[in-house]
Design a protein around this ligand. Sequence first.
Ligand code: FAD
Ligand code: FES
Ligand code: MG
Length: 303
Amino acid sequence: MSPPGTLFRSTGKGALPEDLTERREKRVYKIKEKVSLAHDVHSMIVEAPYIAKKALPGQFVILRYGEAGERIPLTIADSDPDDGTITLVFQEVGKSTMVLGGLSAGDSLDDVVGPLGVPSHIEKLGMVVCIGGGIGIAPVHPVARALKEAGNRVVSILGSRTKDLLIMEEEMVKASTEVLLCTDDGSYGKKGFVTTVLEELIEKGEPIDQVVAIGPVPMMEAVSKLTKPYAIKTLVSLNPIMVDGTGMCGACRVTVGGETKFVCVDGPDFDGHLVDFNELRLRQRMYLKEEREAIEAITYVGA
Ligand code: FAD
Ligand code: FES
Ligand code: MG
């Protein structure tokens, strides 16, 4: 055993233990492929063999680019253990995701930590409706696929503001038994929100055993409000601000059924009928001023 104070530091040779030094040198999270899926939405295939081997639907990573880079949580949209890669799909919404959007195949990320979070619960229930709103289609994809593989009839409802923003339709067709599309402006699929389509399914008397909804907070809240009077179990994947991702900083605190939960270790999936969405919304906006300043700063430098 190492003497006190030497853990992770000196080995007596004034260096890191040999295997650790070697691992450090080899630890490169190379971007193997990067494609644009829609305006400001990208898909990135990243070399991360240890994560690819263990990742399960519903889990996420926290990555960092650059020495002083922010930690960015992103859901593992897909993984290929044989290829040693994971797929991340992200939208440019602020400084860090804009920087990420500027990277190309061949570039490397500094850290990718994961898989984090509790995997989604997958079991044969009968009929499951999987709802993906906007960028939420990417995280719902592995869940829909696993539910279908478990023998469920998976009806997926995909929604976006307009046709050009609707991503991963082809992948979702493969992952589901049936796909229903909608856009806010009616440019593709049904005109309306995902709740419009879900309400129609409920009113038709479809035997829905569970709903899984992933997307913006107002969408997940609206879906949960709709299903509650029908007592249809509804799982939502929460996305509060995260820092460490291991339950230690408290940044991702949410209230579920009156209890405090940390999304990074207790979630991200929770019963939508019990989530305090109002608190989540307020906490997500905590650093709005700093986030705006960060964007203005890069715009100024780039001008
Ligand atoms: P900023 O301008 O800093 O922030 C814009 C907004 O993003 C903020 O108002 C805040 O609500 C949110 N945000 C900012 N920092 C964080 C943070 N550290 N953690 C969480 N939210 C933050 N986005 C995707 O596009 N694809 C995904 O697959 C995806 N999966 C996620 C999974 C989890 C478990 C969580 C918690 C978040 C996920 N997100 C995903 C959201 C993504 O992490 C944020 O959009 C990103 O961190 C914003 O960083 P920014 O600097 O570009 O934006
Ligand atoms: Fe720190 Fe969850 S991100 S406790
Ligand atoms: Mg940021």
